[in-house]
Design a protein around this ligand. Structure first.
Ligand code: NAP
Length: 475
């Protein structure tokens, strides 16, 4: 596959390539152009030239193109999901879910096209105040490998519907689905240059985009450390940024929770996408009085998870996406065993079956009685390992949950309305789930309190891509 600049499929200026590998089998899938500063500059120029015409269209005309794209994506969802599974590793059903999510988000923002307008306010004794919203110009979107299709939609939909043009930099492990989705948008009638995709190393292509004087806004999703680097570069150019960074979401299970649904929630919350979701359940706090029963049920559920190549049938969990992730999870678990920081009750090792030998598989793992200072509770564990901590009551659970440098999501599981209200009020997170975890919807904003800047999804995300002008009017 090639990059997409100004409506054309192109190789990198350098003529260099890099390989995309299937994380379940180690097999070569495709080679991709290794872009550099020159390619990033060409893409920004194309987006800048395309801006005037695209911005002049009415939001409804822009929505017409995006609606057609969503329809084409739905028609081709199986092929797209297969490609996503191949490059990312997730089970085919999860991939299909994500492709549907891409179309849903596109359609949601098409529906908001008619709501793009300013405001008009009478100012006592001084005429009127008005606000006008206009697109910003060229935006850059930098995205990770864990949910490449969905996160692409979160960024391109509000940006394009608002009249901006965009350069997308996919993660180097998962550019294929992004490139295919971008070519579908062209097929649906998106004019050349409105959406450009440049592949290549983040430190080179990503930083060139962030530093380009013509890029007015950067939307980044990824690790907190990379996000800080992006923010530092962006602030030098006084650019607007949206940063969606990591999370270490706590799940609080009270003694009156419906245990069956809490177990299902924990299984999905932790092991969906092999634990590589920013809002995965990464720490579980359960009341002492029900801990034994809950852990026993959860352990039984984990032992039933079918691990394997996401492209095969009846698979619940695929491999990790890359060797770096696998090495990180292996190292972390080895350290827990060495320091005796908790008891591994299931999993804890690389999957033994020879069918897994060339992939990045790690068994779904439960660790109980984890001490408060463990790295398992302090870091963002982006993999299939769930630490469980017993707490005596809700106050202790909330205190432990908030004792983290992250604040993306959190969930509370109880039937008691007072406990629900207390959790919603006191948990320090951008998203609180009640008796569920993980579900996101384009209708409501997504983002964290200590995990970035700004919000995606919902009408709130539109304002991240619009300039606001105030007019004071006296006749
Ligand atoms: P990452 O290493 O930070 O990479 C994210 C993107 O940034 C990739 O496209 C990467 O390109 C690029 N990049 C790397 N260095 C860069 C630099 N110096 N300047 C500009 N761009 C640069 O993150 P990841 O490992 O792909 O993703 C996992 C992380 O994303 C986790 O922390 C997860 O929690 C977070 N995440 C957050 C959300 C959210 O909405 N809050 C959602 C999903 C994931 P290369 O691939 O070429 O290195």
């Amino acid at each position: 596959m090639k990059m997409q600049i100004n409506g054309k499929a192109v190789d990198a200026c350098s003529g260099e390539f890099f390989d995309i590998i299937n994380p379940a089998t180690g097999e070569f899938i495709d080679r991709i152009p290794r872009g550099s500063e020159d390619d990033a500059t060409a893409a920004v120029e194309a987006a800048s030239s395309a801006f005037g015409e695209w911005a002049c269209r009415s939001p409804q005309q822009r929505a017409g193109v995006l609606y057609r794209a969503a329809e084409l994506v739905r028609q081709r969802k199986d092929a797209l999901a297969f490609l996503l599974t191949q490059e990312q590793g997730k089970p085919f059903l999860e991939a299909k879910n994500e492709i549907e999510g891409f179309a849903n988000v596109l359609e949601y923002y098409c529906g908001l096209a008619g709501s793009l307008r300013g405001d008009f306010v009478p100012i006592p004794h001084n005429g009127y105040g008005a606000t006008v919203k206009s697109p910003m110009g060229v935006c850059a979107a930098i995205i990770p490998w864990n949910m490449p299709a969905l996160i692409m939609a979160w960024k391109i939909s509000p940006a394009l519907i608002s009249g901006n043009t965009l350069v997308l930099k996919p993660a180097s492990n998962t550019p294929l689905t992004n490139l295919t989705l971008s070519s579908i948008l062209s097929e649906a009638g998106l004019p050349a240059g409105v959406l450009n995709v440049v592949t290549g190393p983040g430190e080179i292509v990503g930083e060139s985009l962030v530093e380009s004087p013509k890029v007015k806004k950067i939307s980044f999703t990824g690790e907190a450390r990379t996000g800080k680097r992006v923010a530092e570069l962006a602030v030098r150019g006084m650019k607007r940024v949206t940063l969606e960074l990591g999370g270490s979401d706590p799940m609080l299970v009270c003694d009156d929770a419906d245990l069956e649904s809490a177990v299902t929630g924990a299984l999905k919350g932790r092991f969906y996408n092999c634990g590589q979701t920013c809002t995965a359940v990464k720490r579980l706090y359960v009341f002492e009085s029900i801990a034994e029963e809950f852990i026993k049920k959860l352990e039984a559920g984990v032992r039933k998870l079918r691990v394997g190549n996401g492209g095969h049938e009846n698979i619940d969990m695929g491999p990790l996406n890359n060797l770096r992730q696998l090495e990180y999870v292996k190292g972390l678990v080895a350290e827990i065993e060495e320091k005796e920081e908790g008891r591994i009750i299931t999993g804890g090792k690389v999957s033994a079956n020879s069918a897994y030998s060339k992939g990045y598989f790690f068994e779904p793992t439960l660790v109980v009685d984890v001490p408060r200072e463990s790295r398992l509770l302090k870091e963002e564990v982006f993999g299939p390992v769930l630490p469980i901590v017993r707490v005596k009551d809700l106050d202790e659970a909330i205190g432990e949950a908030n004792n983290s440098s992250y604040g993306l999501g959190a969930s509370i599981w109880t039937k008691n309305i007072d406990r629900i209200l207390l959790g919603c009020e006191q948990l320090n997170a951008g998203i609180i789930w009640v008796n569920q975890h993980l579900k996101v919807a384009p209708e409501v904003p997504f983002g964290g309190t200590k995990s970035g800047i700004g919000r995606e999804n919902g009408p709130e995300s539109l304002s991240e891509y619009l300039d606001l002008k105030t007019i004071m009017l006296k006749t």
